[in-house]
Design a protein around this ligand. Structure first.
Ligand code: ADP
Ligand code: MG
Length: 329
């Protein structure tokens, strides 16, 4: 089998037109997509490198699913509906078993997220998976990191800590499979899009850790923030397996979460919480923005304030605090 046979066998069959705007899919020099009126195109790319974002022994279907899920999560964080993607795949060898599994995981992800695979590129080299994803947002409605305002409330979806805990257990052969759900099969928060589009002033997905990802919003918006320790939602996995004095550290610095941290104008709080309740969306009010530019504080149960030092994960960081328990960004 050559490169063209490989594309035909494993990827041409994954073609779809969920978004209804694909004019030309896999098979030409480039894909052709029909733009929607009154919308803006949102585009993003994420690379997964063996040894850095996933390990050689991970099943290929998990690698494919996760790679697409993280890209879809970036669309959600922009308030955009993901529509399609191209896949740049670099393979060390043409291993048909591996490719069949990879295509399987990809097919599952494409259909769960309603995304069309419209093209790609296949080359030989160290195993690397790069998806470029595109989506649409109503004109002027993209959720920019720079748009949080002073006094906005800070929320997160879901619960936190599980991603990093899973990474810490990768070499523990007796660890329960349930622990790895979030790391291996993250759920991009597509279900929260209507809520985000209606109420959020800014948003980011938590890939490196709440503390470091929230900082991106604060820096872009020239703000600080106070988080309330008692309100940070700690994952049950952490509660079951870790000591109570470490709960917050896990929740604040865990990467690989793919929850959405977002800000909301205070006067929308009531309407937001009603909307969340009615639509069974799990959101937590964890703090508010302040005028102390760049300062991220934690308020403990006695009302005392302390600064949260850098945590999360940074590929090019040589020192720093936090758990750094993440293998992705
Ligand atoms: P070109 O030489 O023009 O770059 P290629 O031979 O790389 O074309 O690809 C042929 C067609 O197959 C193109 O439409 C391309 O988008 C698609 N393609 C290549 N690799 C992949 C892949 N891994 N997944 C999906 N489509 C792919
Ligand atoms: Mg090519």
């Amino acid at each position: 089998m050559d490169e063209f046979g490989l594309i035909r066998t494993f990827f041409k069959s994954l073609e779809s037109n969920h978004a209804g705007n694909v004019v030309q899919s896999i098979g030409d020099d480039a894909a052709v997509i029909k733009p929607q009126p009154n919308s803006e195109l949102v585009i993003s790319t994420d690379t997964m490198v063996e040894g850095r974002h996933f390990l050689a022994d991970w099943s290929a279907d998990i690698i494919a699913y996760k790679a697409l899920a993280t890209n879809v999560s970036d669309m959600v964080a922009m308030g955009a509906t993901a529509q399609g993607c191209v896949l740049a795949l670099t393979l060390p060898s043409l291993n048909q078993n591996w490719l069949a599994k990879f295509a399987n995981g990809l097919a599952q992800a494409l259909s769960s997220f309603n995304v069309d695979l419209v093209g790609g590129d296949t080359t030989k080299g160290p195993l690397t998976i790069t998806f470029t994803i595109y989506g649409m947002v109503p004109q002027g409605q993209a959720l920019l990191r720079s748009n949080a305002k002073l006094g906005d409330l800070i929320y997160t979806t879901g619960t936190l800590g599980e991603g990093a805990y899973a990474v810490s257990q990768l070499s523990n052969n007796s660890a329960d499979d349930l622990i790895f759900q979030k790391l291996f099969k993250p759920t991009p928060r597509i279900a929260y899009l209507p809520l985000l589009q209606q109420f959020a002033s800014s948003a980011i997905d938590i890939s490196d850790g709440l503390s470091s990802d929230l900082r991106h919003i604060l820096n872009s918006s020239q703000l600080g923030a106070n988080l309330i320790a008692a309100k940070i939602p700690v994952s049950n996995v952490i509660k079951q397996h870790c000591s109570e004095d470490s709960y917050l550290s896990w929740a604040l610095h865990s990467g690989d979460e793919y929850e959405i941290c977002f800000t909301v104008p205070a006067d929308k709080q009531q309407a937001l919480e009603l909307f969340a309740e009615r639509n069974h969306l799990n959101i937590h009010h964890i703090g508010h923005t302040t005028a102390d530019v760049g300062i991220l504080n934690l308020i403990n149960n006695s009302g005392e304030l302390s600064q949260i030092t850098a945590g999360g994960f940074n590929h090019f960081q040589t020192k720093g605090g936090g758990n750094n328990e993440s293998i992705s960004t």
